[in-house]
Design a protein around this ligand. Structure first.
Ligand code: DCM
Ligand code: DCM
Ligand code: DCM
Ligand code: ZN
Length: 292
């Protein structure tokens, strides 16, 4: 989803991470992460950047309509072209001083975008192309389920509850984190912050045939042996669990933005945006300041 959660992150950055962000994000982006976060959403449709499209999500092949939700590294990201490995990849690049300043800037902007996206339940779900193929209604307008979660319900939430301003929304989430209903949750949000811990169970399946072996070999080279990390998988599993509760729990023809569906979704949207913004700050703090 969009740049809203990212605006919360600046409040929680440690000194070196904050200095890095200010020095890295160009002045056209106001030296901050909010505007920079939109970049990855825009370039993915540009010539020469199409490869980045699948990096925004992981198609978890679970069965949310049967109440069975899960994300698995090997099953869902076997080719390495998904958000789980993208986070690992750009985490190594963002602090690689052998790279150009443009590469480092791109890496930071990808990390910002992907730590947000991984908290959107439909970015960690394969069913109906992450809900893109499910038509839906939001405040009378035709849309699809995915877009309702990316924008429709988020914008209505901002209008209804945060004065129509995304800055106010970010401030309100920060207040909840610092002294409100999220305060007691923040330490559990950071139970996974290792930027290096690999997924324990990422070995490829035994008995793969030669073609698979060669494909995997090329993949290893293409990704320069980037090892999947544990934390993005944990975050994806957390967001994906909502696919088995609120996300697909509508009735046919229901207007998602004017019904109980919306009132059930808003707390999830608030929580996921606040959580991922807070985790993004912690992630950058670990990279640049050595701890959360
Ligand atoms: N977005 C935006 N401004 C743009 C393009 C996209 O705010 N010019 C936001 C709207 C959606 C999100 O980006 O919330 C889409 O992100 P993704 O494609 O990663 O879901
Ligand atoms: N998307 C997703 N899972 C997919 C395909 C797309 O989460 N399997 C996301 C990426 C964008 C949105 O859905 O946020 C729309 O995708 P696109 O612009 O590629 O149609
Ligand atoms: N979009 C936009 N500006 C916004 C909100 C949405 O340009 N403020 C567009 C960008 C995408 C679509 O809406 O085309 C939703 O994003 P995505 O399809 O990437 O989820
Ligand atoms: Zn989306």
């Amino acid at each position: 989803w969009g740049d809203l959660g990212h605006e919360t992150v600046g409040y929680f950055l440690a000194p070196n991470a904050l200095a890095f962000v200010k020095a890295t994000i160009s002045s056209s982006d106001d030296n901050s992460l909010g505007p920079a976060a939109i970049w990855a959403d825009e370039v993915k449709y540009d010539d020469g950047w199409e490869w980045s499209q699948p990096l925004h999500f992981v198609d978890a092949e679970d069965s949310p309509l049967d109440g069975s939700c899960s994300v698995e590294q090997t099953r869902d990201c076997g080719d390495g072209q998904c958000i789980l490995i993208a986070i690992a990849n750009y985490t190594t690049q963002v602090s690689d001083s052998s790279l150009s300043s443009t590469q480092i800037q791109d890496a930071l902007k990808f990390i910002v975008q992907f730590l947000g996206d991984i908290g959107q339940p439909l970015h960690v779900e394969a069913y109906e192309v992450g809900g893109n193929d499910i038509s839906a209604k939001c405040s009378g307008e035709s849309t699809n389920l995915h877009a309702a979660w990316d924008t429709g319900m988020v914008e209505k939430n901002i209008d209804d509850n945060h004065g129509g301003s995304s800055e106010t929304y970010a401030d309100d989430l920060v207040t909840e984190i610092k002294s409100g209903s999220y305060k007691s949750l923040t330490s559990s949000w950071l139970s996974c912050t290792s930027i290096t811990e690999p997924v324990s169970n990422s070995k490829r399946a035994p008995g793969a045939d030669l073609e698979d072996e060669i494909k995997n070999l090329l993949q290893d080279r293409a990704t320069e042996k980037i090892t999947p990390l544990e934390c993005p998988l944990v975050w994806a599993q957390e967001a994906n669990a909502f696919d088995c509760t609120v996300v697909f729990n509508y009735t046919k023809g229901e207007d998602l933005c004017t019904s109980s569906y919306y009132s059930n979704a808003v707390p999830v949207i608030d929580l996921q945006l606040a959580k991922q913004g807070y985790r993004l700050a912690a992630w950058l703090n670990v990279i640049f300041d050595g701890s959360t």
